[in-house]
Design a protein around this ligand. Structure first.
Ligand SMILES: C[S@@+](CC[C@H](N)C(=O)[O-])C[C@H]1O[C@@H](n2cnc3c(N)ncnc32)[C@H](O)[C@@H]1O
Length: 217
């Protein structure tokens, strides 16, 4: 049988470009139950870092903190004086994130905005405009989050949406059972709006779950 150096393409990418720092390993260890294992993979963490650096993102909003895994990747790439506001409505998850930010993100400004993002985002508007808005929460709300993001992003800033293949439902006529119709409509609307070349320079990246990246023109 033919021998391979790596398990597959993803394994090669991870081992070459996306080694996980101890801090991120600690967060994953604290979020070991299956319902908590919904963080971005390490290669997407590295991609987020690249995006943060490309636009010199100093003011970031993340919708969907979980245990703080993706926040930490972004924080580690932020320029001095950078600030992340990360939204989470589950207290238990927010507490885990807070504990790890205190330990591993000293000197970085990360504010956990606790509560339902639909209520907390309008209050965050006064801190904007933002350089990067990362959307990674309930899929059904992506179009609504985009309404907010479009108003609160600076020109040249990035809207980044994760899971934009919607578990591969996005391109199928009869999507898999776990995906609700409303989520499918919301995600198609999200990608359709961000694909408008008059408003954005954008692409849906072929990552494991699909990541839409759009720069506001
Ligand atoms: C996919 S996880 C986020 C993963 C995280 N970005 C990472 O990669 O480490 C989605 C998170 O969004 C939170 N969430 C979902 N809907 C929300 C809402 N309306 N307001 C605030 N948080 C929400 C969930 O509790 C969950 O922790």
């Amino acid at each position: 049988m033919k021998k391979h150096l790596f398990e597959d393409r993803r394994d090669y990418i991870r081992q070459t470009f996306a080694h996980e720092p101890k801090s991120q390993q600690a967060i994953r260890a604290a979020m070991a139950s299956p319902e908590d294992q919904i963080n971005v993979p390490s290669e997407d963490g590295r991609l987020l870092q690249l995006l943060v650096r490309l636009v010199g993102a100093k003011k970031i909003v993340e919708i969907g903190t979980l245990g703080g895994y993706s926040s930490l990747w972004m924080a580690q790439a932020m320029p001095k004086g950078g600030q992340i506001y990360t939204c989470e409505y589950e207290d238990r998850r927010a507490k885990i994130a807070d504990k790890h930010f205190k330990k591993y993100a000293k000197g970085k400004k990360i504010t956990i905005v606790q509560g339902n993002a639909h209520e907390t985002l309008p209050k965050l508007s006064k801190k904007g405009p933002f350089d990067l808005i990362f959307i990674d929460a309930d899929k059904i709300s992506y179009a609504k989050y985009l309404d907010w993001a479009e108003k609160n992003l600076r020109r040249g800033g990035l809207i980044v949406g994760d899971n934009t293949f919607l578990f591969d439902a996005i391109w199928q006529e009869h999507p898999v059972d776990r995906v609700r119709q409303e989520a499918l409509f919301a995600m198609r609307d999200f990608n359709r709006r961000l694909s408008n070349p008059k408003k954005y320079q954008s692409m849906l990246l072929n990552t494991g779950q699909g990541m839409t990246v759009a720069m506001k023109l």
